[in-house]
Design a protein around this ligand. Structure first.
Ligand SMILES: *Cc1c(COP(=O)(O)O)cnc(C)c1O
Length: 366
């Protein structure tokens, strides 16, 4: 059996380090925020080439607080894409603002900057490009349009820890970057976690205050805040894992290159990486016409696959109130119909990738 993901393999590869970190938190009696979270924030900010990182309880909370720090609220519009995990759009809704969706580029499946430009109105307060599957969106044209109109750019980097665009790390390119440390993400906690990165001290300060009930001084609530605090245990685990992240990213990239190589020349469409991009392959997604057949035949060979995502956000029942319909975003809709995610994680063996890729080639040949 080749699983889609194997989180136990990663734990076992660094078990003694993780166990020591967890036990030191248990001994410390400090379970929420505290020195482990503070140290992780400094280390993660440095890793992202940002000045500040503020740890929060989830990636969704990171997006919510980044939007609030940007001043987004009822009556405002925020531009993002339908080809994303639902959290991106949900977080916009939490602020009372309206999500305005624009289609993605047919090759990279990240925000089409010209479409974003066309969607700007007087009410546009922020743009959230999503670094889908670990590939940074085309940031320069987005930043350029945003700068002209005084719009804040928030990167949804939940799938893209360590990815680079023209030599710049995600999380340091826009005004703020939002990360998730959900267990299956490239940097995953032993539970939930998230962070906002920024070079702007005032955004950092607002987010730091909002995550802990809007109080800089305990019981003195200057802002209407939230309980979005990161747990000490997660900070400690993330600090250990951050030390291994570059090595794991390298492993993902070389396994992805092996998939590319074996699938080249087949009928299967492999990920298309824009120039001057460092893709970190949170997900290795291929595009196929008869996806059900592929996933069923692979499953019959003991190979697990996944779909990210079967329904684009604008066609989800819960978001019918955004007022979109089928056909509005043809590229995102085609992606949702054809995308199939193959197993990829740092501990996966080369021989397993070869087995999966050969099986995919075999099915494509029929
Ligand atoms: C995972 C994810 C999120 C949400 O992160 P959580 O930690 O699960 O709240 C947001 N956006 C994208 C693109 C994601 O993949």
């Amino acid at each position: 059996m080749i699983p889609y993901l194997d989180l136990k393999a990663q734990y076992h590869s660094i078990k003694s380090e993780i166990d020591a970190a967890v036990s030191s938190v248990l001994e410390s009696g400090q379970f929420v925020l505290g020195p482990e979270v503070g140290a992780f924030e400094e280390e993660f900010a440095a890793y992202c080439h940002a000045s500040f990182a503020v740890g929060v309880n989830t990636g969704t909370s990171a997006l919510h607080l980044a939007l609030l720090a940007a001043g987004v609220g009822p009556g405002d519009e925020v531009i993002t894409v339908p080809a994303t995990f639902v959290a991106t759009v949900a977080a916009i809704g939490y602020t009372g603002a309206k999500a305005v969706l624009v289609d993605v580029d047919p090759k990279t499946h990240t925000m089409d900057p010209s479409k974003a430009g066309q969607a700007i109105t007087k009410s546009t307060k922020a743009i959230i490009p999503v670094h889908l599957y670990g590939q940074p969106a085309d940031m320069d044209p987005i930043l350029e349009i945003a700068k002209k109109k005084n719009i804040i750019v928030i990167e949804d980097a939940a799938q893209a820890h360590g990815a680079e665009y023209k030599g710049r790390r995600v999380g340091s390119i826009g005004d703020m970057g939002c990360f998730s440390f959900y267990p299956g993400k490239n940097l995953g906690a032993a539970g939930e976690g998230g962070a906002v990165t920024t070079k702007n001290s005032s955004f950092a300060k607002t987010i730091r205050t909002l995550r802990d009930w809007g109080a800089e001084k305990r019981y003195h609530h200057d802002l209407k805040g939230f309980n979005y605090r990161l747990e000490a245990m997660q900070g400690a685990v993330l600090r250990v894992k951050l030390r291994h992240l570059e090595k794991w990213t390298q492993a993902r990239r070389s396994l992805a290159a092996l998939y590319d190589e074996i699938l080249r020349g087949s009928k299967v469409e492999t990920p298309s990486v824009a120039p001057q991009i460092k893709h970190v392959y949170h997900i290795y997604a291929i595009q196929v016409d008869s996806r059900e057949r592929f996933s069923e035949e692979l499953a019959a060979k003991g190979i697990q696959t996944n779909i990210h995502y079967p329904i684009p956000v604008h066609l989800q029942k819960a978001y019918a109130d955004l007022g979109y319909k089928s056909g509005d975003f043809p590229v995102a809709e085609t992606l949702a119909r054809k995308t199939l995610s193959l197993p990829l994680y740092p501990e996966l063996a080369k021989a397993q990738v070869e087995e999966v890729a050969e099986a995919v080639r075999g099915i494509a040949g029929k």
